[in-house]
Design a protein around this ligand. Structure first.
Ligand code: HEM
Length: 273
């Protein structure tokens, strides 16, 4: 497989492995396209306002609690959060490119350290924004994002520990899981967009308390994690049928992600809206 990883391939690929590899590459490229659009939004919208101190400009977006006059700590936490958001989103995409791992291992190591630091900062800072600053509309949503933060912290520790011990196959598995849960807030935005386009917004409540909101509060991390788990298992010891089925699932996921990302750009992230 060209993009996400080739470590399950043997010298003679197992039946179905080439399909799995191609589908994983396609899915990665779809994620990369969507996350590059998200990064462009953060760089164009949040960087100029946060770096110039014009925090009030954040509130042009429909945030729960963006800039609050007088709340210096809360505003600074928010600024650091959105600045780090671009670092982790770009860093994760770079980290998964095998050519970089193979040819420039030092880039992989240093980008990996930066990625882990930004994962810690976003998870801990996000927990503070949620519970310390009180940024939530309903409790289920707050618990869902808290679960994501705990998964980020756990998987980051496990990926780091395996890398330190040079257990690279294990490191790869935890790093892929970490990438998935660290992308959960992006999956959530893409998920809302696809669902909104497909159903006109069925099950979405005004206070993010409809059945779809409650589902997505947990599905934003657990659903992509389940797909990643199927991919890892099919790659390691799946039957040809399991590999082909997982390849089909990855292909479908990639198409959904492309549609959701295009929608998110046109309706949420583009500077022209
Ligand atoms: C790890 C990857 C993460 C990224 C890339 C990220 C990115 C962002 C971005 C871009 C915003 C600005 C809102 C927007 O314009 O969409 C934001 C806001 C926020 N994030 Fe995160 N975030 C991450 C993780 C987390 C986690 C784990 C939590 C909670 C535990 C969290 C809690 C929040 C909160 C409470 C806000 C304020 C939302 C509002 O006021 O409407 N974030 N995040």
């Amino acid at each position: 497989m060209a993009t996400i990883d080739a470590s399950f391939a043997t010298t003679r690929p197992a039946r179905g492995a080439d399909w799995l590899g191609r589908a994983a590459t396609f899915c990665y490229l779809a994620i990369a396209a969507g996350q590059l659009l998200f990064t462009a939004f953060i760089l164009l919208f949040y960087y100029p306002s946060s770096l110039s101190g014009d925090f009030a400009a954040w509130n042009a977006k429909p945030l729960i609690k963006g800039f609050v006059p007088g709340d210096t700590a809360g505003n600074l936490f928010f600024a650091v959060h959105v600045l780090m958001a671009a670092v982790i989103t770009l860093g994760g995409l770079v980290q998964l490119i095998p050519a970089i791992r193979g040819r420039w291992p030092a880039v992989h190591r240093w980008n990996g350290r930066l990625y882990l630091i930004s994962a810690l900062a976003l998870a801990l800072g996000g927990l503070w924004l949620t519970w310390g600053r009180g940024t939530w509309l309903n409790l289920t949503g707050a618990v869902g994002i808290t679960l994501d933060a705990l998964l980020i912290l756990t998987f980051a520790a496990l990926a780091w520990r395996a890398a330190r011990a040079r257990r690279f196959a294990e490191h790869r598995r935890w790093a892929i899981r970490l990438f998935v849960v660290a992308s959960a807030v992006w999956f959530m935005r893409v998920g809302y967009m696809v669902w909104g386009l497909a159903t006109g917004g069925a099950g979405i409540g005004k206070a993010m308390d409809g059945p779809f909101d409650l589902f997505l509060a947990f599905a934003n991390s657990l659903l992509p994690l389940a797909v990643a788990e199927l991919y890892l298992r099919a790659g390691a010891h799946g039957t040809p049928l399991a590999r082909r089925s997982t390849a089909a699932l990855l292909g479908l996921s990639g198409l959904i992600i492309l549609a959701g990302s295009a929608g998110a750009w046109m309706m949420m992230w583009s500077p022209y809206i």
